[in-house]
Design a protein. Structure first.
Length: 262
C-alpha cells in the first residue's frame, strides 16, 4: 500500500511539475546573474552574454516538457490549461521572442567584437615592429661605438677568445667576429646586416600577425554560425510550444460554452 501510494500517478505528476519548475526558475536566475552588472554598450560583453544564454536554452525547454508532462499525468488539472500551465506557455512565448531577437543582436555584436580584436592584433604587431626597430638601432649604435674604438674592439676580441662555449654557441661567436670584421673593413656592411635583421624580424612579426588573424576569423565565423543558428532554433522551439499550447487552450473554450448553454 505504501509503495503504491509513493509511486501514485498524482505523486509522479507532482515530482515532474516541481522538477520542471526548478529547471525553469534556476535557468532564469542564471540569466539574471549573468547580466549583472549590465554593460550592453560593450560588444564583447554582450556577445559573451548571449552565448551563455543560448548555451543554457535547452534547460528551460526540458523544464517545460517535464512541467506539461506532470500536468498531463495529473488528471484533475487536465480539463483545461488554466492558471500556472498557461503562465508557463506565456513564458515560453516570451523566451521565443527573446531568442529570436538575440540572433541578429549576437551577429552584430560578434562582428563588432571581431573588428575590435582585429585592431588589437594589428596594434600589437605595430608595437612589435617599433620595438624591433628600436632594438636594431640600439645594437647598431653599440656596434658603431665598438668598431670606432680600437681599444674596445680589442677587449671584446679577448673576451670572446677567453670564453669556453659549446659548439653551437661557438658558431654564433664566429658569426659575430665575422660581422665585426666586415663592419670594420666596410662601414656599409653594418647597414646591410641591420636591413637583413629587420627583414627577418618583420617577416616573423607579419607571420604571427597573419596566423593570429586567421585563427580569430575562423573562431568568430564558427561561433557566429553556431550561436546565431542555435538562437533561431530555440526561438522556433519556444514559439511552437507556446503556439501549440495556447492554440489548444483557445480551441477548447467555445466547446465549454456550448455545453453550458445546452
Amino acid at each position: 500500500m505504501k509503495t503504491g501510494s509513493f509511486f501514485s500517478q498524482s505523486y509522479s505528476a507532482l515530482i515532474l511539475k516541481i522538477t520542471g519548475l526548478i529547471l525553469i526558475l534556476g535557468t532564469l536566475l542564471d540569466y539574471i546573474v549573468l547580466a549583472v552588472p549590465p554593460n550592453f554598450l560593450d560588444s564583447e560583453w554582450l556577445a559573451n552574454l548571449i552565448n551563455e544564454w543560448v548555451s543554457r536554452a535547452t534547460v528551460p525547454i526540458l523544464g517545460l516538457a517535464l512541467l506539461f508532462l506532470g500536468v498531463w499525468f495529473d488528471r484533475d488539472s487536465e480539463s483545461d490549461l488554466k492558471g500556472f500551465p498557461k503562465l508557463a506557455l506565456g513564458l515560453s512565448a516570451l523566451l521565443g521572442v527573446i531568442f529570436l531577437l538575440l540572433a541578429p543582436l549576437y551577429f552584430n555584436s560578434s562582428r563588432l567584437m571581431s573588428a575590435a580584436q582585429t585592431r588589437q592584433i594589428n596594434q600589437q604587431a605595430a608595437q612589435a615592429e617599433q620595438q624591433l626597430n628600436n632594438l636594431l638601432e640600439q645594437q647598431r649604435a653599440r656596434v658603431d661605438a665598438i668598431v670606432s674604438n680600437e681599444n674596445q674592439l680589442a677587449q671584446l676580441q679577448q673576451r670572446l677568445d677567453s670564453l669556453d662555449l659549446p659548439e653551437d654557441q661557438q658558431a654564433q661567436l664566429q658569426q659575430i667576429r665575422t660581422t665585426l670584421e666586415k663592419v670594420k673593413s666596410d662601414p656599409k656592411a653594418l647597414d646591410q646586416e641591420v636591413a637583413k635583421a629587420r627583414t627577418e624580424g618583420m617577416n616573423q612579426i607579419q607571420q604571427k600577425q597573419a596566423e593570429a588573424l586567421g585563427e580569430l576569423q575562423a573562431k568568430m565565423r564558427r561561433d557566429r554560425l553556431h550561436t546565431t543558428l542555435s538562437s533561431l532554433i530555440f526561438a522556433a522551439g519556444y514559439l511552437m510550444i507556446a503556439w501549440a499550447g495556447l492554440g489548444r487552450s483557445s480551441s477548447k473554450a467555445p466547446k465549454v460554452k456550448k455545453r453550458r448553454a445546452r
